[in-house]
Design a protein. Structure first.
Length: 91
């Protein structure tokens, strides 16, 4: 399935593993709009866009994230503009 991925796109589970975080937490961030993502056309799996700068931001957000915390600086929760947004992307 790698042909479905555009540059700097990741399957949600693979990015979560790379960031050493729970896929459920990353999915929550997608739903909140803190990460650019889209669903794959066939199976509806999440595909997340994260270039090196975005992966660094997500790592910082993960460091700030702790049980009970419900407010984060906007810098951590606002994804940078994506160079080109494919159809069906959630930004």
């Amino acid at each position: 399935m790698p042909a479905l991925l555009e540059p700097d796109e990741w399957w949600l589970g693979n990015l979560a593993q790379t960031l050493q975080m729970s896929p459920m937490k990353l999915r929550e961030w997608v739903v909140r709009g803190w990460v650019h993502a889209r669903k794959s056309p066939a199976q509806g799996l999440w595909i997340v866009w994260a270039d090196p700068e975005e992966r660094a931001r997500l790592g910082q957000l993960l460091t700030q994230s702790q049980r009970g915390a419900n407010a984060y600086p906007t810098f951590y929760t606002t994804p940078k503009p994506r160079p080109s947004t494919p159809a069906g992307a959630r930004s």
